[in-house]
Write a protein that binds this ligand. Structure first.
Ligand code: PMP
Length: 358
């Protein structure tokens, strides 16, 4: 029996995608082999990666002067690659500290140059997004970095900062494809796949082409955006099966009406769940209302014991993966694109029943 999986990532995938992958597992389109067994230089795989990129370009309306890369190493490698490639003129960058992954990004960037943390929400355990203004981003720097959705703390930027003309580098790992974004507002977008894209193992990078010129020839080739772009993400063997599944997810999203349609459903799902939390006398949301994430809904009861009992009761009813991140505890329901409305309704029903019995 399949469960409603609210895990923060790897996370649930659309059932239609899993079924299609299953259908093609032994023999992909009469090739006589699985995509897993196929040369990345074969015409079949070349077609898969080309269509995967094309569909992502359509979904996000990616302009022609941006490159799309399918890399490995997770979003965490991008914490290093972005500064390694881009921090080369002033050796200085601005970062906004809004959570654990922003902190990791900052730590890696510091190895490449000077990091100026322009604002932080650490004073209140990252429960909000700090107010930002253009003045904070003035001065010599190579780029400005944000984590647009904070997976652990359940917050998101509802508007992008004015970076005084600096290229904006953004970690969209836990919100890519969940709501519309204007790619032109960014110099570089990166996202690990295992939330809204597909299985772990592939990381999507979208980079404005003029920034590719910043990559030094001294960089290890695998770490160079320029080399990766020049080779169409095939400088070495790409994570072929992960790219293939991502392609199936993109096609599925297009068939469902694209990102705008997903956003409408995501807003509805999030509103249902936050309404339940706000109307409850047992559960309490942890993020400041105006900065609440559409994807990661964090809440607590105030008692570790009761949290534990709720998580156990939910699991018994097929609602799994709602334990909060180990660093903060409580509950977190990740309601990515592939979580159906019925799953959110089921979680709400479980919350109601638990509260009634409490
Ligand atoms: N950034 C964000 C916002 C994340 O949520 C995560 C993973 N949960 C990461 C970065 C790290 O991703 P990875 O495990 O792919 O390196």
């Amino acid at each position: 029996m399949r469960v409603y999986n609210f895990s923060a990532g790897p996370a649930c995938l659309p059932e239609a995608v899993l079924k299609e992958a299953q259908k093609d597992l032994l023999d992909y389109k009469d090739s006589g082999m699985s995509v897993m067994e196929m040369s990345h230089r074969s015409p079949e795989f070349e077609a898969i990666i080309a269509k995967t990129e094309k569909d992502l370009r359509t979904l996000m309306d990616i302009p022609d002067d941006y490159s799309v890369l399918f890399l490995q190493g997770g979003a965490s490698l991008q914490f290093s690659m972005a500064p390694m490639n881009l921090m080369n003129k002033y050796k200085r960058a601005f970062y906004v500290l809004t959570g654990a992954f922003a902190k990791n990004a900052i730590a890696e960037a510091k190895k490449e140059g000077e990091v100026v943390v322009v604002a932080s929400s650490e004073d209140k355990t990252f429960t909000y997004i700090p107010e930002l203004n253009a003045g904070m981003f003035e001065g010599d720097a190579d780029y400005a970095h944000i984590t647009q959705n904070n997976t652990i703390f359940g917050t998101r930027f509802t508007k992008l900062p004015d970076t005084s003309g600096l290229p904006l580098v953004a970690d969209l790992s836990s919100m890519i494809l969940s709501e519309t974004v204007n790619v032109r507002d960014y110099g570089l977008i990166y996202a690990g796949a295992q939330k809204n894209i597909g299985p772990s193992g592939v990381t999507v990078v979208i980079i404005r082409n003029d920034l590719l010129e910043r990559s030094s020839d001294k960089l290890s080739k695998m770490l160079s955006y320029k080399v990766q772009a020049e080779n169409g993400s095939m400088y070495n063997t790409p994570p072929t099966f992960a790219v293939y599944i991502a392609g199936l997810v993109f096609a599925d999203l297009l068939a469902k009406g694209g990102v705008k349609a997903m956003q409408r459903i995501n807003e509805k799902k999030a509103a249902m769940l936050y309404d339940q939390i706000d109307g409850s006398s047992l559960f309490k949301g942890t993020a400041v209302k105006k900065d609440r994430s559409l994807m990661n809904v964090t809440f607590i009861t105030g008692s570790e014991e009761t949290d534990k009992a709720f998580i156990a009761a939910a699991k018994q009813q097929g609602v799994v993966g709602i334990k909060g991140h180990r660093s903060v505890g409580g509950m977190r329901a990740s309601i990515y694109n592939a979580m159906p409305l019925e799953g959110v309704q089921k979680l709400i029903d479980v919350m109601k029943e638990f509260e009634r019995k409490a």
